[in-house]
Design a protein around this ligand. Structure first.
Ligand code: ADP
Ligand code: MG
Length: 588
């Protein structure tokens, strides 16, 4: 599944690839920085010019000097603005593109990705890691090009003035390169660890936040605090390690440069050499050499950010390179009938542990099949195979006589409406939660109609702003039964030929259960329904009942047939009957 991780160079090139789309802006930025860089060595040259003018008592040249200063700074300003502005524009666009690519990828990753990565870790990637890339892209790229062009310009100027002398500057090159390289490796390693710890911090925080009631009820404060503290401490230690690496690296490189400079100055001051050059040339040379210190310092300092960005880009590209949900179906369909057939299906989340074993079942269009069985027997897993959240390892699943992977995923999923035990609501209005996603364009009357059929209209009208009331994050403002009815209305709106009800009524009190049961029975009319139920009446009314255990069917038949067999179902029934009896009389 996972591609081998990219080398830092590959990640770097790929990141640069993102800038290709904005090459015109990039070019403008480079032009700006080039202009800016010329003003550095030009300043040294200007010094030479004024010293010579003084020596030669050339008044007209002296008069020109103030003008030249202003002109120099004018170009410096223009160049710097152009460079900074256009480079930031490119960098911000790159980050935007990267973040959108990552989000788009999340939408097409298979369910298994979501099972093996926590929401906290995924969110950290989307937010922290991408932001680290910004740091690299904006700050580092800007510094590298601005200071890089300055350094190159100054070097060129030095060589042009006195190439022999300047050669000694290059002697430190290999040493500096070695230092920077060693530091880079360490930076990258630490940056990766930093991302991981950020993911942990985010993960623990979001768990505690969303589970605050459990934390409070069971006195989990100390436990959560300790967990969070551990993760944050790791993060802190890592951050300090990076600081130390940077704090050692920058002065070392600077020291090297200073040694080289000292050598240059010492050589330059030797009588044989300084005698040959004019004072103006000499001052200009030393000034230019001195000006080199700043770009070199900035370049070594920026290395940390650059390495962080590269490490972050690697982690982002790793996700972008994961396989998508397999979606190769070409059989385009309008609306299917809803004939379902499982043919000797075997499936396990991991190969070692099969959850479904040789499972076969036929559900004719429009019929209702109830699936019962102990918790953990594979019921949810079975119905999740229909919309292809997972693909069966063996056997095949057919709808209307064709393997489900022959249909394009979106079209297949259009045929299936599902109401589960856990209702997912979005922080939006009631109406938009009912007409969610692809159904957002539907007129209000349709939404109200669905709500009425789901016995939700009454309570919705009683809300402060009716259908336009926002339900709060994850529908916090609604009760379990109300949420469930919204989910049923949502399924009704979808009007799909296949309906999956996975313990849709299990978390409810008796009164809402009565309404929801009635609502569900309406929804089931004319649809192929797979209902995982614990409620007796739903099971009894089904056309066919399947009893599952450990991923296999152990009994199947109609209610009457199964009772007559006096097997597992009959046992279950007598137990259920005892449970359900009081509630039936209460609600009836
Ligand atoms: N995402 C998952 N990853 C690994 N194992 C899982 C996952 N979901 C369920 N299982 C396992 O598969 C088995 C069947 O689970 P499930 O289909 O949810 O049963 P049921 O719905 O009948 O209670 C259980 O042993 C459960 O631990
Ligand atoms: Mg289940």
């Amino acid at each position: 599944m996972t591609a081998s991780p990219l080398t830092s160079w590959q990640a770097y090139k790929r990141l640069l690839g993102y800038t290709r789309r904005y090459w015109k802006l990039f070019l403008l930025a480079v032009v700006g920085f080039l202009i800016n860089a010329q003003t550095e060595w030009a300043a040294a040259q200007l010094l030479k010019y004024i010293i010579e003018a003084i020596q030669e008592k050339d008044q007209s040249a002296k008069n020109l000097f103030p003008v030249l200063i202003v002109v120099l700074f004018f170009f410096r300003g223009v160049g710097s603005f152009m460079g900074t502005y256009f480079m930031s524009m490119v960098a911000r666009h790159v980050v935007y593109a990267l973040r959108m690519d990552l989000f788009d990828k999340l939408l097409v990753l298979p369910a298994s990705y979501y099972h093996s990565n926590s929401p906290g870790h995924i969110a950290a990637k989307l937010i922290y890691n991408v932001e680290q890339v910004t740091a690299a892209a904006t700050e580092a790229l800007k510094t590298i090009i601005r200071e890089g062009t300055i350094a190159i310009g100054l070097f060129a100027y030095l060589f042009w003035t006195n190439w022999k002398l300047s050669l000694s500057l290059l002697l430190v090159g290999p040493f500096a390169a070695l230092l920077v390289r060693t530091a880079s490796k360490r930076f990258r390693k630490l940056a990766k660890r930093m991302q991981r710890t950020m993911g942990d911090v985010n993960h623990i925080a979001s768990e505690t936040i969303s589970g605050f009631q459990v934390v409070k009820t069971y006195g989990g404060e100390a436990y959560e605090r300790n967990r969070f503290d551990q993760a944050s401490l790791k993060n802190l230690k890592n951050g300090m390690k990076m600081v130390v690496t940077g704090a050692i690296n920058t002065p070392l490189v600077q020291l090297l440069m200073a040694v080289a400079m000292a050598v240059v100055v010492w050589v330059a001051l030797q009588p044989g050499i300084s005698g040959e050059t004019s004072p103006g040339e000499f001052v200009a040379y030393i000034t230019a050499a001195g000006l080199l210190a700043k770009p070199i310092k900035s370049l070594t300092e920026v290395n940390e950010k650059l390495q962080r960005g590269i490490a972050a880009a690697q982690s982002v590209f790793e996700v972008l390179d994961l396989d998508n949900e397999r979606d190769t179906g070409q059989r385009h369909i309008g609306r299917l009938q809803g004939d379902i057939e499982f043919r000797q299906v075997s499936f396990g989340y991991d190969a070692a542990q099969p959850v479904l074993k040789d499972f076969s079942l036929t559900v004719p269009a429009g019929k209702t099949v109830a699936i019962v069985g102990r918790s953990g027997s594979g019921k949810t897993t079975l119905v999740n195979l229909l919309p292809r959240f997972h693909d069966a390892q063996q056997g095949e699943i057919l709808i209307d006589g064709h393997r489900i992977d022959e249909y394009p995923l979106t079209e297949l999923r259009k045929q299936i409406a599902a109401v589960g035990q856990k209702v997912v609501l979005f922080d939006d209005t009631v109406a938009n939660n009912i007409a969610y996603g692809a159904f957002n364009h539907l007129p209000r009357e349709t939404v109200v109609e669905a709500a009425k059929a789901a016995y939700a209209d009454d309570f919705i009208r009683a809300l402060p702003e009716g259908y336009d009331t926002r339900v709060g994050q994850d529908g916090m403002l609604l009760s379990g039964g109300q949420r469930q009815r919204l989910a049923i209305a949502r399924a009704l709106i979808k009007d799909a030929p296949i309906l999956i009800l996975d313990e849709a009524t299990s978390a409810l009190d008796n009164e809402s259960e009565y309404f929801i049961q009635a609502a569900l029975e309406r929804v089931m009319v004319g649809r192929t329904t797979l209902v995982i139920a614990h409620r007796l009446s739903t099971i009894e009314n089904a056309d066919w009942i399947v009893v599952m255990d450990s991923g296999r069917i152990i009994e199947q038949g109609t209610h009457a047939e199964l009772l007559a067999q006096a097997g597992a179902y009959a046992q279950l029934h007598s137990r259920k009957f005892a449970e359900d009896e009081p509630s039936e009389t209460e609600t009836a």
